[in-house]
Ligand binder design. Structure first.
Ligand SMILES: NC(=O)c1ccc[n+]([C@@H]2O[C@H](COP(=O)([O-])OP(=O)(O)OC[C@H]3O[C@@H](n4cnc5c(N)ncnc54)[C@H](O)[C@@H]3O)[C@@H](O)[C@H]2O)c1
Length: 318
C-alpha cells in the first residue's frame, strides 16, 4: 500500500484517481505547521505539492519519499540539490498550464491596450458620452511581440499571437532557430537590439542567475515609449523599482504582472499604487479548467511513476 500526502487540497478529480486504486491511501494536509508536516511525511511514499517551500529539513524527515509531484511547472520551492542526493523524483504538470497562462498574457495585454480601467470607470461614473475625450486605445493586431523563453508556455503563446496577426520574435538561446521558424517566429540573438522595436514583451523564462534583474532600467530605456511588458513567469526577472520608475517617467506605456519578487508583495511596494500596471495574484493558472487539469495530472504522475510508466516529459532533469 502506497501512501500519498496531498499538501494542500487539489481538485477533486485528482483525488478521485487515487480513490479508484485500492493500492493507495492518501491524506490531505491543510495544517502546514512544520511539526505536523514532519509527522505526516515520515511514512509517505509520494507527495503532491503546491507552492509550499519543501526544504532540506522536510526532505530529511521524509524517509520513504520516492516522488514529489508538483501541482504546476515551476519548482523553485523544492530543494533540488537535496532531492537529487536522495534519489527522489520530481514531477511537474507539464501539459496542464500553458493554455491558461498564455490566455492570461492576452487578458493582460488586451486589458492594458484597450484601456479596460478607464472605459469601465467612464461608464460607471456616468461619463458615457464623454468617451471621445478618453485617450484612444490600441490594437494588438499586426504589432511586434518579443516572447522571452520558448518552452511550453512560449510555444503556446505564439499560436495565439498568430491569431492576432502579430509579428513574433523569440529570445531563447537554448532553442534552435528552425524550431522557432516552424512555429512562425523569428529567433533573435541580440536581445538589446530587438527590444528597441517591440510593442509587447512577454516573459516566459525561469528565474535564475542569468535572468535575475535581466529587465532593468537599461532595458526600459531602450524600449518604445508605447510598449507594454507582461510577466507571468517569475518575479525578480523584472526589477520592480526600475519598472515603477519607467512607468512613472513614461519610458514605457504599461505593464502586467502576475508574479512578484516577494509574494505576496509588501504593502509598501510602489507598484501596488501605480495605475499603469495591471496586477494579478499569481493566478495565471487559476481557471476552472486548468486547476482540474493540474489536479489530475499531479496525481496521475504519482500513479504512473509507481506503475513504471511516467512520461519523461513530466520529470525534471536534476
Ligand atoms: N504565473 C503562473 O501561474 C505560472 C504558471 C506556470 C508557469 N509559470 C512560470 O513560467 C515559466 C515558463 O514555464 P514553461 O512551462 O514554459 O517552462 P519551460 O521550461 O517549458 O520553458 C522555459 C524556457 O525558457 C528558456 N530559457 C532558459 N533560460 C533562458 C534565458 N536566460 N533566456 C531566455 N530563455 C531562457 C528555456 O530554454 C526554455 O525554453 C516558468 O518560470 C514557470 O515557473 C508561471
Amino acid at each position: 500500500m502506497k501512501k500519498v500526502l496531498i499538501i494542500k487540497k487539489i481538485h477533486q478529480s485528482g483525488i478521485d484517481l487515487l480513490k479508484k486504486r485500492d493500492d493507495y491511501n492518501f491524506e490531505i494536509v491543510e495544517n502546514l505547521e512544520i511539526k505536523n508536516l514532519k509527522e505526516k511525511l515520515s511514512d509517505c511514499d509520494a507527495i503532491s505539492l503546491r507552492t509550499f517551500n519543501f526544504n532540506q529539513d522536510l526532505i530529511e524527515s521524509s524517509k520513504k519519499l520516492k516522488i514529489i509531484s508538483r501541482h504546476g511547472v515551476g519548482y523553485d520551492n523544492v530543494d533540488t540539490n537535496c532531492i537529487k542526493k536522495k534519489g527522489i523524483t520530481l514531477a511537474i504538470t507539464a501539459n496542464a498550464n500553458a493554455d491558461s497562462v498564455s490566455e492570461h498574457v492576452f487578458f493582460m495585454m488586451l486589458s492594458i491596450s484597450r484601456g479596460f480601467n478607464s472605459y469601465d470607470q467612464t461608464v460607471r461614473s456616468g461619463n458615457f458620452l464623454n468617451r471621445s475625450n478618453l485617450p484612444l486605445s490600441k490594437e494588438l493586431w499586426n504589432k511586434k511581440i518579443l516572447i522571452m523563453g520558448f518552452g511550453r508556455i512560449g510555444k503556446n503563446l505564439i499560436k495565439k499571437c498568430k491569431g492576432f496577426d502579430m509579428e513574433v520574435y523569440v529570445y531563447d538561446p537554448y532553442v534552435k532557430e528552425e524550431i522557432i521558424k516552424n512555429f512562425g517566429g523569428t529567433k533573435i540573438n541580440d536581445f538589446y537590439e530587438c527590444i528597441k522595436l517591440m510593442d509587447y514583451v512577454s516573459v516566459h523564462m525561469p528565474l535564475g542567475n542569468e535572468t535575475k534583474n535581466l529587465i532593468n532600467m537599461k532595458v526600459f530605456n531602450l524600449m518604445k515609449k508605447t510598449s507594454i511588458i507582461v510577466n507571468t513567469s517569475r518575479g525578480g526577472i523584472i526589477n520592480e523599482i526600475d519598472l515603477n520608475n519607467a512607468l512613472n517617467e513614461n519610458i514605457i506605456f504599461g505593464a502586467g504582472l502576475d508574479v512578484f519578487d516577494k509574494e505576496p508583495p509588501d504593502t509598501s511596494n510602489p507598484l501596488l499604487n501605480n495605475k499603469k500596471v495591471f496586477l494579478s495574484p499569481h493566478s495565471a493558472t487559476y481557471t476552472e479548467e486548468c486547476v482540474e487539469r493540474m489536479g489530475k495530472e499531479t496525481i496521475q504522475n504519482i500513479i504512473d511513476f509507481f506503475d513504471g510508466k511516467l512520461n519523461k516529459s513530466m520529470v525534471v532533469k536534476l
